[in-house]
Design a protein around this ligand. Sequence first.
Ligand SMILES: Nc1ncnc2c1ncn2[C@@H]1O[C@H](COP(=O)(O)OP(=O)(O)OP(=O)(O)O)[C@@H](O)[C@H]1O
Ligand SMILES: [Mg+2]
Length: 403
Amino acid sequence: MAGVVSVRLEVVDLTILSTFEQLVGAEDDFVLLHPDEGGVPDLVILEYDEANPDECFARIHALQKAAVSAEIFLTAARADPDVLLKALRAGVREFFKQPIEAGEVKRALARMRELRADASEGKPKRQGKIVSVIGGKAGVGTTTVAVNLADCIQALDSDIVLAIVDLNLRGGDVPIFLDVNPMRGLQDIDSDLPRLDETFLSGMLSRHETGIQLLPLGEVDLLGGYITSDCIESTFPLLRTMFDYIVVDCGHVMDAATETAVSLSHTVIVVTSITIPAVRRTKRLLEQIEALEGDRSGRKLALIINNHSVADDAILDDAQHVIGRKPFWTLPLDHELACSAINEGKGIARLAPKKELAKSFQGLAQRIAEVEGAQHTSSIFGSMFRSLRGKRNKGVSNAKEKR
Ligand SMILES: Nc1ncnc2c1ncn2[C@@H]1O[C@H](COP(=O)(O)OP(=O)(O)OP(=O)(O)O)[C@@H](O)[C@H]1O
Ligand SMILES: [Mg+2]
């Protein structure tokens, strides 16, 4: 338990007020503050005044200034998407459309309770591994590799918690690949950096059905944007404490934020394909990464050839010679499958697990996990042992298949 949560209701409509009084009052660990009571509440439930929107947002900002750690829930008669977006961007955590649905409020209070419990129990921090994926050239398959690598690492073991970060500042596609429609992301963190903590960061993540958590660019995913290096420097170490793996789609341009992400990475995957422009640009990019300042002692660099077909075999040696590095992995060409996966918002290995490209992604995920020193059961054995463990109520830690 994270102690009692103090709540202040700033609600004018008497019916709505009494609904919240009942719902909050019914929770043992939430206590309503009297309207005249001073002090900083843990939670403020605010009513949106359609006639005075500016006043309402001024109040939200004032609350955040006065009580940086306070959570704000908002309720309004209409769920106008513009208001909703502005409220979320202003830092409002939950929104309730009127008439109030009791279940929604209960679930929101439960989420808040969970977040506070996690924070106060000081659960053991993870020490996640950052795997950045950057393209030797536009269109070589950087997002395809980032998304499918993330999906296949996640599938190695259901205990893995993984985040994928969209840092393609030329316009991030990861939400499209995962078929999620997030409204907040890195840009919102960047514009409110002093508020960054685990709770704030959690509010920026969107959960995919596989369990993968997505940290997108933000509202301008499709248009691209700008992220400061400070934002990456603050956000990535925090992500490491929350996730086992953080896979980053860096796009194909090494700007300041990307450079910071690459510098902080444990493994940097450079994706390319066997075409003259891609090979030439990849060589330059690899040199740029190798010359990066900072602690490079543990950073690994892996070259992946994507879209590989038998016809490329004849020129693969020449390409390797120009690039000056042997590929760590090659991913076969399968245009139909790669496109279907995007159209269906699914990982390639989940969509067609028997196809060569799917198996190649599974193999790559296993190799990357090994490179990062992790040992995971394969998903089939993992789920089999987990179900046995459930049935027999026995520990199976020594039964896990170690590679
Ligand atoms: N192994 C593959 N076989 C066939 N097609 C592929 C393969 N990998 C990716 N593609 C296709 O190539 C196209 C570009 O892929 P993707 O969007 O991942 O590239 P990108 O490098 O991220 O592009 P951008 O520079 O625009 O971000 C997509 O249509 C995708 O389906
Ligand atoms: Mg991309």
